[in-house]
Every structure is written in structure tokens, then in C-alpha cells.
Ligand binder design. Structure first.
Ligand code: SF4
Length: 328
């Protein structure tokens, strides 16, 4: 069966004061119906640009410089905001970070959830209000709380409202862009649990954008680790946590606090994220990598199949070439 969504060698550049910098470079992956995938990386890694490109929501100074996105095998007009409108909400919806900024403070939440049903599905005001009440119940908010204004709800409740809005037009893909980042740990766990439940109940595919690897462990099947605009590792959640192959992935895992295991010392990743206006040569991670070799500063590693996933690292390319040489 063809994937629901295919991102094929997608590259995006941003222009600033006449200077162009590449935010994502030749990013490729596929998403199956009902699958949950995490895009993980530090700020500036390209995860949000990837997600916004998929939704056709890139900022005006962004330019698609290569590749394409296909939905159900059809190419999406991701560089044309007006042409993407029929697709957005109806097929792919985005839940953004910081619901307080995304919700209109002067409208009751029931009205805000009903709005996309009127605009996109052509429902009457009465039908849309009924649908909005159902959506509130679906995300765990009693329908009679629909008369509240955003400031009368907790952060977790507001994020549930954002999820209800995203579900309004029955999309098949939800993109969560740091959707739990501003929440406390308990509320974050509840929202992730809710997304997991909605995913199985509605057969939704999820793309979760986060800098926090522990978030994807909760509710994703697969993780893609991004660094300096490229995917550096892509594998199942189990494989990534049990046997991380890329040095950056290993350092990300070591930087997660784990109270259950009694791990008290958190090891931050040394060095600073790369400046995309002045990207390091070769493997962009080489200035920070504890395993860097000579070749790492000159050759960009390709994203190759290693075990059940894909890895972009010369350490693994060498072992593959050795194996090929041994069998020659
Ligand atoms: Fe480290 Fe080299 Fe692998 Fe990059 S290619 S992650 S620098 S070992």
C-alpha cells in the first residue's frame, strides 16, 4: 500500500537581508496511515521547517529549493498558500505550541472550534455548534465548558481545545509542533496520552515535532533525529533507545534525566548548535562529535540503511564498506 504522505528530497531555503541559508536539505521520509512519527532535534535542526512545509505554512521568506511532498500519491502545492487551503484542516492539521497565543481571547471556545466546520465543511451554525460540543467531549472537556473564554481555562485545557480544533474537519494527519512544550510534566503526560488515544480511535497519523526525545518515547512508532537540516538517524523508537547508532542520538539520550533509574547526572551535549549561515563542512556534527574522524570534516555522510533504520554517519559507512570488501 502506498504511504499516506511522502516527503521526497525536500529542501527549503530562507532568505534574510539578501543572504540565503538552507534550513532543510534533501529530507526524505514516508508516513503510513495511522503511524506516529517523531521529528526530534535541537532548535534550528529543521524539524519545524519540515513540518511547516508539509502543511504549506512556510513563512514568506522561505523558498522550496528542491523536492516535493505527496499526499495519497498526489503532489501537494506546498509553495502556494491558496492552493493548499483545501488540504489544510481537511487532510492535515497542525496543533501549535502555546495555545494562549493561537486562540482568539475575545471569542468563546465553542465558537472557535465551530468556525472551521462552517468554513471548511459548509455546516450551518447550529450543526457546527453540535459538532464542536462533540469534539470537546472527545478531547475530555465537558461540552458545557464551551462557553468559556480561553483565559478561563488551564494551559492543558487550552491545548485540548487546540486539538479539538485540529480534529474539526476529520483530517488523517495531525502535526503537533512542540504541542506539549509549554505544559508541566503531568499535563504533558495527559496530552500525550490523549493524542495516543485519539490516534487509535480515529486512525490518525501523527507527526510530533519536539526537542525532547522522551516525548516521542511515549507515543511514537518511529523517530527521525534531525541535525542542521538533515535527518541523521531514522528508526523505530525501540531501536533508537536500545541501540542508538548516530553519536548525536546517543548524546541526546544521555541528556535525558531518568529518575526511575536513579540517574542524577545529566550530560548536556557539548558545543553549540551549528550556524546555518555558516554550516560546518562535511558532517555538520563533526565539531561536537566525540567520534569524529578525518573524513568527517570533508565528506557529507549519506543517509544509508543500517539495521532496521537509516543512519548518516561515516562510522557506519565504514563498517558497511568493510563488510562489502570482506565478501568481495
Ligand atoms: Fe561523528 Fe563523523 Fe559520524 Fe559525523 S560522520 S557523527 S562527525 S563520526
Amino acid at each position: 500500500m502506498a504511504p499516506l504522505l511522502e516527503i521526497d528530497r525536500l529542501s527549503v531555503d530562507y532568505g534574510l537581508k539578501g543572504v540565503s541559508s538552507r534550513a532543510i536539505d534533501c529530507v526524505s521520509f514516508a508516513l503510513r496511515a495511522g503511524e506516529a512519527v517523531g521529528l526530534v532535534g535541537e532548535s534550528g535542526s529543521g524539524k519545524t521547517t519540515t513540518a511547516m512545509a508539509i502543511a504549506g505554512l512556510l513563512s514568506p521568506n522561505a523558498r522550496i529549493s528542491g523536492g516535493q511532498v505527496r499526499y495519497r500519491s498526489n503532489r501537494l502545492p506546498i509553495d502556494d498558500d491558496a492552493a493548499m487551503r483545501p488540504h489544510r484542516w481537511s487532510e492535515t492539521s497542525v496543533v501549535f505550541q502555546g495555545a494562549m497565543n493561537a486562540l482568539n481571547p475575545v471569542h468563546r471556545i465553542i465558537k472557535q472550534i465551530a468556525e472551521p466546520c462552517i468554513l471548511k465543511l459548509g455546516m450551518s451554525r447550529g450543526e457546527a455548534t453540535t459538532r464542536a460540543r462533540e469534539l470537546l467531549e472527545l478531547v475530555g472537556i465537558p461540552a458545557d465548558r464551551g462557553t468559556a473564554y480561553p483565559h478561563e481555562l488551564s494551559g492543558g485545557m487550552r491545548q485540548r481545545v487546540m486539538i479539538a480544533m485540529a480534529l474539526a474537519c476529520r483530517p488523517s494527519i495531525i502535526i503537533g509542533d512542540e504541542a506539549t512544550t509549554a505544559l508541566d510534566v503531568m499535563t504533558q503526560a495527559q496530552i500525550l496520552k490523549l493524542l495516543g488515544e485519539l490516534r487509535s480511535r480515529l486512525s490518525l497519523a501523527l507527526i510530533l515535532i519536539t526537542h525532547d526525545l522522551s516525548v516521542v518515547a511515549e507515543c511514537c512508532d518511529r523517530v527521525m533525529i534531525m541535525y542542521a537540516g538533515r535527518i541523521v538517524e531514522d528508526s523505530t523508537v525501540d531501536e533508537i533507545f536500545a541501540q542508538p547508532k548516530h553519536p548525536y542520538t546517543r548524546l541526546l539520550i544521555e541528556s535525558i534525566p531518568n529518575l526511575a533509574s536513579g540517574k542524577r547526572v545529566i550530560r548536556p551535549i557539548p558545543g553549540d548548535p551549528p550556524n546555518l549561515m555558516n554550516r560546518p563542512s562535511g558532517c555538520a556534527f563533526h565539531p561536537r562529535c566525540p567520534s569524529a574522524m578525518g573524513v568527517c570534516a570533508t565528506e557529507v555522510p549519506s543517509l544509508d540503511k543500517v539495521g532496521p533504520g537509516r543512519v548518516a554517519c561515516h562510522l557506519h559507512r565504514s563498517s558497511q564498506e568493510d563488510k562489502v570488501a570482506a565478501h568481495a
